[in-house]
Design a protein around this ligand. Structure first.
Ligand code: HEM
Length: 238
């Protein structure tokens, strides 16, 4: 049996053979390279999404008693890593703006009806971050963990750093949510720059549709953070 090396460990032969521009045989080099760039950006995003989702699920499990002894510090480690990786996703998207519009227009007909809207991993992430009501979700696990420590998320927001790891989790969630939101805004601005008013390949109206889909992540946490102001506002005397 051959010895393990860099290429075999990472299965590079397979990995690097999976970028196949559909314009390869017909278009000038600059168009083929632009399509290659487009494929790399999407494939890399999907690989990072895989890691981000796994980290967020592990962060959730680390807070749940039914998965062994809850370990909130471990959960923070996962959350911080996921937050950093969402920043990478954002940077990759911004890099795509370096694709010349005319080359995009040349290879876009080859995409057919393929669209990022069909990214299952992206919708899974959206659900993990946008749906605080899910009983098995990340926010619910945090809420339950705080309650088990004799706290509420509202109290964690109000009291702040002296709640220790609970505060760090709350801050991490806000950072992750904002990072994801930044991705969505960058996606919208890129669509507007590269498509103008043209419809998307999945048949949506394009930029207008994407703008209508942007929601703020962790709505419940945001609500509770906002209430800190109400709690601190002195009642008017007259
Ligand atoms: C040149 C680059 C890109 C353009 C012009 C673009 C354009 C669009 C458009 C127009 C839509 C609306 C659906 C449709 O009708 O097709 C869409 C949806 C979507 N795209 Fe992109 N996109 C680009 C890059 C990316 C990348 C790199 C990703 C990362 C995986 C991505 C992920 C998504 C997702 C997840 C949706 C669904 C969003 C939602 O439902 O709220 N897109 N994209």
């Amino acid at each position: 049996m051959s010895q393990l090396n860099y290429a075999s460990y990472l299965q590079l032969d397979q990995l690097l053979s999976m970028q196949e521009p559909r314009t390869s045989n017909t278009a000038p080099r600059e168009v083929v390279l632009a399509e290659h760039f487009f494929i790399v950006a999407h494939q890399a995003s999907e690989i990072w999404l895989k890691q981000i989702i796994a980290d967020l699920l592990a962060a959730t499990d680390a807070l749940r008693p039914d998965y062994g002894n809850p370990d909130a510090n471990l959960s923070v480690e996962y959350l911080d890593r996921a937050g950093r990786l969402i920043g990478l996703l954002h940077d990759q998207l911004v890099a795509l703006e370096k694709m010349p519009l005319r080359h995009f227009a040349d290879f876009r007909p080859h995409l057919g009806t393929a669209s990022g809207a069909q990214s299952q991993q992206f919708h899974q992430l959206d659900d993990l971050l946008g749906n605080d009501e899910r009983p098995d979700g990340l926010y619910a696990a945090f809420d339950a963990y705080a309650t088990a420590q004799g706290m509420s998320v509202a109290a964690v927001c109000r009291i702040g750093s002296s709640t220790g790891v609970l505060h760090r989790i709350a801050e991490s969630l806000v950072e992750i949510g904002n990072g994801f939101w930044r991705w969505k805004i960058a996606h919208l601005t890129m669509i507007s720059a590269l498509l103008g008013d043209q419809p998307g390949t999945a048949g949506s109206s394009g930029a207008g549709y994407i703008a209508s889909r942007i929601r703020l992540p962790f709505p419940r946490l945001r609500l509770l953070r906002g209430e800190v102001h109400e709690a601190l506002v002195p009642t008017p005397t007259r």
